[in-house]
Ligand binder design. Structure first.
Ligand code: C2G
Length: 148
C-alpha cells in the first residue's frame, strides 16, 4: 500500500478451503488485498478436500459464494488439485502467491514464476476449533436432554 493508500498494480493469488468462514480468513484476505490491485482466491472443491483427507462442513458452492461476497476478493476460482498452481499463476498473470504461515516454505518451488509470501496466521480462531465447540455444545445439549 503506497503512502497515498493506493494498492500496487499487482495480481495476488491464494488457496484454501475457507470452511466456516471466520475472522482469521477475513484478516488474511484483508492483508492480501492491500498487497495488490487484484486478489484471486482458489477455493478447494469438496472432491479435492476429500483427496486432502479433509471434509468441510459448508459445501464448495456456498464457500465460493461467501468468498465472492467478501469485499477484499476480486475473483474466486475452484482448486481441484495440487498441481494447478503453476498454470493458475501463468493464466492469471500472477505477481504474488501468498498463504498463511502454516504453509511456510511449502510452495517455494513457485519462486521462478512469481513472488512468494507467507503471512502470520491469526491466533485464537480456526475452523477446527469452531467444529470442536459446535461438537461440544451438541454433546452438552444431548446430555442435558437425556437428564430431563
Ligand atoms: N488462516 C489464517 N488464520 C487462521 C486460520 C486460517 O491466516 N486463524 C489462513 C490459512 O493459513 C490459509 C487460509 O487461511 O492460508 C485458508 O485456510 P484453510 O481453509 O485451512 O486452507 P487449507 O485447507 O489449509 O488449504 O493448496 C493449498 C490448500 O488449499 C490450503
Amino acid at each position: 500500500m503506497s503512502v497515498l493508500g493506493q494498492r500496487p498494480d499487482r495480481t495476488v493469488i491464494t488457496y484454501g478451503t475457507f470452511d466456516l468462514f471466520h475472522y482469521g480468513h477475513v484478516r488474511l484476505l484483508e492483508r492480501l488485498s492491500r498487497l495488490g490491485s487484484r486478489l484471486i482466491v482458489a477455493c478447494s472443491t469438496d472432491e479435492f478436500n476429500a483427496k486432502k483427507g479433509k471434509a468441510s462442513v459448508v459445501p464448495f458452492e456456498s464457500r465460493a459464494k461467501v468468498l465472492g461476497a467478501c469485499r477484499y476478493v476480486d475473483r474466486v476460482i475452484p482448486e481441484t488439485n495440487w498441481a494447478q498452481k503453476r498454470d493458475d499463476i501463468r493464466r492469471y498473470d500472477v505477481d504474488l502467491f501468498a498463504m498463511g504461515d502454516d504453509w511456510a516454505g511449502k510452495f517455494d518451488d513457485l519462486r521462478d514464476l512469481c513472488d512468494i509470501l507467507y503471512l502470520p496466521r491469526t491466533e485464537g480462531v480456526s475452523t477446527t476449533e469452531i467444529k470442536r465447540l459446535i461438537g461440544a455444545s451438541c454433546v452438552q445439549r444431548r446430555v442435558a436432554a437425556a437428564g430431563r
